[in-house]
Design a binder for this molecule. Structure first.
Ligand code: GSH
Length: 388
């Protein structure tokens, strides 16, 4: 039995939960008010962070990417989360990166900029853990206000303001439309079965964008097939009644054989390359400039300019002609590294195949992003590895 510490409205909990469900792994979700969170989890991970899983033997795994790696490495997967063939594998890793690191701005914007229109729902969700811990009355109001102010406070760090909101929304509306066209034709991101591409994308597209009243309403009205996919990702069965079984079997066979992507995914990749890749390029340039100016960075210390491990001073990038501030963390480089490590491990022949596909979508710039130092995860934190 796996215990999942998380909350229904948490972006990253949604990624871990979808994975555990699709793999048919027995788990029980509990709120962080569960006494084991403060007695066992917090001392081990050293900061307030969800989701975390606890195994019966006492093993603690924090971070959705580590949770999925654990399931795969333990041979627990009913449905392979990482495709074996080069183009599909690299695309899955890239979509995991784009989902978990690239769409958080839109997710946070639609939650917090529309806070007043969905206040009752957000107060309810953010109050779940506090109420379960027995906090009541004025204490509840005070702690709730503090917690919500903390997350609302991410908006300026993510460059969400009056000047940038039109570009952020235009980009998201286009992405919704292209994802909708894709999910009209395919049940999952890469075709017939869920992969890390789906787990990464569902993080922002469920807890915030698929579930908070304002963006969920927008998604249902404008992109019903995208909503169906987000809902499908909550099911432990394939949940594909609209896709005839015979066609699905055919699709699965041809995917395994041909290492191709569904045609409908290409416009999605082009949009991500156009609107989000520049932010990753800015993040790597920011981190590299910091590394170049910082002598004697010790292996094993927090991959962060701030001593609390929270990241680097954000930089600006261009989104549809508007300058937007992007937050920069070591974790982003860690997720980019997963793409470039997988690329570097391919044969020259396979690299050429991936490069051709990524170039066709404007995504080839992702393959050449390299930090001057590696970022590793040790003891539940992102720390500096060796210099390259
Ligand atoms: N990289 C982590 C991120 C987890 C994360 O950021 N969780 C959020 C809630 S969805 C959190 O606990 N944030 C606390 C904070 O930012 O201080 C993962 O993939 O699990």
């Amino acid at each position: 039995m796996i215990t999942l510490f998380g909350t229904p409205h948490s972006l990253y909990t949604g990624k871990a939960r979808a994975y555990l469900r699709k793999q048919g792994l027995a788990y029980r979700e509990v709120l962080p008010s569960d006494p084991r969170f403060s007695s066992l989890i917090l001392p081990a991970i050293g900061r307030m962070m969800i989701p975390v899983i606890l195994l019966d033997d006492g093993t603690i795994i924090q971070d959705t990417t580590d949770i999925i790696d654990w399931g795969r490495n333990q041979g627990l997967e009913a449905i392979a989360s990482l495709p074996a063939t080069p183009v599909r594998k690299l695309t899955a890793l890239a979509l995991d990166l784009f989902g978990t690191q690239g769409l958080t701005r839109a997710a946070m914007h639609y939650r917090w900029s529309y806070r007043d229109q969905q206040a009752k729902f957000l107060n309810h969700e953010f109050g779940l853990t506090l109420r379960a811990a027995g906090v009541q009355g004025e204490a509840l109001d005070g702690q709730l206000a503090k917690m919500m102010a903390f997350f609302h406070g991410y908006l300026p760090k993510l460059g969400v303001n009056e000047d940038t909101i039109p570009a952020i929304e235009a980009s998201y509306l286009d992405l919704m439309a292209s994802l909708n066209a894709h999910f009209e034709r395919c049940p999952y991101a890469l075709g017939s079965s869920p992969t890390i591409a789906d787990y990464g994308l569902v993080a922002p597209l469920w807890a915030h964008l698929g579930r908070d009243p304002v963006p969920a309403d927008l998604m249902k009205r404008q992109a019903p097939s995208l909503f169906r996919w987000a809902e499908r990702m909550q099911a432990s069965d394939p949940d594909c009644p609209e896709f005839p079984e015979a066609n699905m079997a055919h699709a699965a066979a041809s995917e395994a054989e041909s290492d191709t992507l569904p045609d409908t995914l290409l416009p999605v990749l082009r949009l991500l390359a156009q609107d989000i890749l520049p932010e990753f390029q800015m993040a790597v340039a920011t981190i590299n400039a910091w590394i170049a100016q910082t002598p004697d960075i010790e292996v094993g210390t927090f991959a962060s300019a701030a001593s609390d491990g929270r990241g680097f001073r954000g930089g600006m990038f261009d989104l549809r002609g508007v300058q937007v501030r992007g937050a920069v963390t070591g974790y982003t480089l860690y997720m980019i590294q997963r793409v470039t490590d997988a690329f570097d491990a391919l044969s020259a022949h396979d690299q050429a195949l991936v490069k051709a596909q990524f170039t066709a979508c404007g995504l080839d710039g992702l393959l050449s992003l390299r930090g001057l130092r590696r970022v590793e995860r040790v003891n539940h934190r992102e720390v500096w590895g060796e210099a390259l």
